[in-house]
Design a protein around this ligand. Structure first.
Ligand SMILES: [Zn+2]
Ligand SMILES: [Zn+2]
Length: 199
């Protein structure tokens, strides 16, 4: 954090020096924060916006390189012939408009490519649930209403045999149930404790 620089009164208006562009601007040109001496962010709104945009771009480029790597090195993608059919600039633009904090780039149709129209930004929780649906399909398990499959013990159980979690309910998991059944959850906890005792 840059050192404290006192506000200046210019033409009867209180101004603050931006730590980035170093110009004095009206206080309304700064975002409010609660960890600085004057309750204002050290950089002006304009500079903050520029920094934010370039950070988003940086993240987008990293994601893009990650996708390219994935489709050329990961067997599961190679087998399915998944390709990145979007240029870096197209991707960066798409990413900026669809960005959500902590989100990941998902393909709507799992057999489709990374291309505009088949990409969507979803949260990791949603992504895991989508993967759950795909995994069930791959082992031909159909969950009847009120039942849920536990991947740990490979059993279809009643929904009441699963603990509820604090994760946000979604359409595919409206009751926020845990991935594994109560028995498996207890077993995991027991194992965890006995493992930690050994250390
Ligand atoms: Zn500035
Ligand atoms: Zn289980």
């Amino acid at each position: 954090m840059p050192p404290r620089v006192d506000h200046k009164i210019e033409d009867g208006i209180e101004t603050k020096r931006c730590g980035v562009c170093e110009t004095y601007k009206e206080l309304s040109q700064y975002h409010r924060v609660n960890n600085t001496w004057d309750g204002l962010f050290y950089a002006c709104k304009e500079c903050w916006q520029v920094a934010r945009t370039s950070n988003t771009r940086k993240r987008a480029v990293e994601k893009y390189n990650g996708l390219r790597r994935r489709v050329s090195e990961d067997e599961r993608y190679i087998k399915r012939g998944v390709q990145v059919r979007v240029s870096l600039e197209e991707f960066v633009d798409w990413y900026k408009h669809n960005y959500i904090a902590g989100g990941c780039v998902d393909r709507k149709n799992n057999d489709g490519h990374y291309e505009i129209g088949n990409m969507q930004m979803i949260t990791h929780a949603e992504h895991n649930l989508k993967r759950r649906g795909d995994r069930l399909k791959s082992i031909a398990v159909v969950e009847a209403p009120g039942t849920r499959y536990c991947f740990d013990c490979g059993t279809i159980k009643r929904e009441s045999d699963f603990y509820q979690t604090s994760i946000t309910p979604t359409t595919s998991n409206p009751k926020s149930l845990k991935e594994c059944c109560k028995d498996c959850a207890k077993e995991k906890r027991r194992k965890h404790y006995s493992d930690s005792k050994l250390k």
